[in-house]
Design a protein around this ligand. Structure first.
Ligand code: GLY
Ligand code: MN
Ligand code: MN
Length: 442
């Protein structure tokens, strides 16, 4: 793996020419008084270093004669390590992480200058750590003052996060292996949950089973707050309370995925709580499924990133018109965004180190980036008819039987040389697959 991190750094060095890029580890976040959140490394920092500690800075530069990759890390400290865990330290970091030079983080201000003063520009992401942002600005201002006398120095700061998008958008075989492992664990969790769901259980009981499997199988935990939403709760897109009992006759929407070695899965399934569902639930489910299949068709190398969302939107809008839930010309409804009353989110996002992963979707001339082999993307259309739905002017009033139905189906796809691979096909998405329903019919 060290050689892969090295290759990634070399690619970035090539892209920045005589510039210097500065990457910060994630800050420790406070949950509440004196209690920290679980540390989660910054994804760009991790992508380039594999180094998983807070209080670190990585510098990449071609403008220094000897050192191309420099790390600043927390030094070994027996007492501090007792409280907050193991530190690699300066000595070991050099060898283990392949840095040309490693310094203690306390020496950053004095040791950073030689790596930035001859750079043509700086790359830095102004992030959550305000104090560090200020240090970078001060350093730059200092260099600017000297620039016209010295005839060298960084003329601008470019966003390092933007820079990294081009690299992280295409996954390497090693990254894909981790995503596949995250998906394998998530698949088991979803299938186990589906088998145990029955009326009367609480949403959190299902959540507990899912997250138990995540941890038991070696995942870090949920990649995002698990959504286990029975009935109308599914109409709240970020429903995370998960504290209601499941009702016979309702659908259950589960959007849950684990993080495995920092790589994420993101799967949504919707299915009946009991062994029956209403005609309206079935009709809307089929519509979402048709929209999803149409969108999946558009995930191909060379096709622009908007095509799959357009395909899903078209199927859903046309279906809603046919059902009398929307009224008007399909293209015009879409143009006026009327479908957003029922389908209010995008159809998908890249997936990787971040759940909503890096990768430019649209160029500055507004053209869309095409899919490329190695992209991993979610495909997740939905229809949500809130219990409080009120039509906009000119749109039909909806009968009660449609209210409170929320459906999303989400798969994770890999773009291949010739098309795509659905990585999450191990989780069934037929409404009738429930083993309870099958057992009941025998
Ligand atoms: N679960 C987060 C998402 O689907 O984007
Ligand atoms: Mn999801
Ligand atoms: Mn998603």
């Amino acid at each position: 793996m060290q050689s892969e991190y090295r290759q990634r750094r070399q690619a970035v060095l090539k892209a920045i020419g005589q510039g210097t890029a500065i990457f910060c580890s994630a800050p420790m976040a406070v949950m509440h008084n004196d209690v920290d959140h679980l540390f989660r490394q910054d994804s760009d920092f991790f992508y380039l270093t594999g180094f998983n500690e807070p209080g670190a800075v990585a510098v990449l530069t071609s403008s220094h004669d000897e050192h191309k990759f420099v790390l600043f890390v927390q030094p070994k400290d027996k007492e501090k390590e007792t409280w907050s865990g193991y530190r690699t330290g300066v000595e070991a970091a050099k060898e283990r992480y392949g840095a040309d030079e490693v310094y203690p983080i306390d020496e950053l201000d004095e040791k950073l200058t030689p790596y930035v003063m001859k750079a043509s520009r700086l790359y830095y992401h102004f992030g959550r750590d305000r104090a560090f942002n200020d240090r970078v600005i001060s350093l730059w201002q200092h260099l600017l003052r000297k620039m016209t006398k010295k005839g060298e120095g960084p003329v601008a700061i470019e966003d390092a996060k933007l820079l990294m998008q081009q690299f992280r958008r295409v996954k390497s075989p090693a990254e894909l292996e981790k995503i596949r492992q995250a998906i394998a664990i998530t698949t088991e969790a979803h299938n186990t949950a589906r088998d145990m769901v029955r009326p009367g259980l609480y949403e959190y009981e299902i959540q507990a089973v899912i997250e138990n499997i995540f941890r038991r199988e070696g995942a870090l935990g949920p990649a995002y707050p698990s959504i286990v939403a029975g009935g109308k709760n599914a109409c709240i897109l970020h429903y995370v309370e998960n504290n209601q009992p499941l009702q016979d006759g309702d659908l259950l929407l589960i959007d849950a995925g684990c993080a495995y070695d920092y790589y994420n899965a993101d799967i949504t399934r919707t299915f009946p709580v009991g062994d029956r569902c209403s005609e309206e639930q079935r009709i809307l489910y089929d519509l979402v499924l048709q929209a999803q299949l149409a969108a999946i068709e558009q995930v191909q190398p060379g096709l622009p990133f908007n095509a799959f969302h357009d395909a899903a939107t078209k199927v859903i809008t046309a279906g809603l018109v046919e059902l009398g839930l929307l009224k008007g010309d399909v293209d015009k409804l879409i143009e006026e965004k009327k479908h957003k009353a029922f389908f209010m989110h995008g159809t998908g996002h890249f997936l990787g180190l971040d759940v909503h992963d890096a990768g430019i979707l649209r160029n500055l001339d507004k053209t869309w980036q095409p899919f490329a082999p190695g992209n991993v993307v979610t495909v997740e259309p939905g229809i949500y008819i809130s219990p409080n739905y009120e039509p906009e002017e000119g749109q039909p009033v909806i009968e009660d039987r449609w209210h409170g139905i929320g459906i999303r189906i989400e798969d994770d796809l890999l773009v291949t040389e010739t098309g795509h691979e659905v990585l999450t096909s191990g989780v069934p998405k037929s409404l009738d697959v429930s083993t309870k329903a099958l057992a009941a019919s025998h």
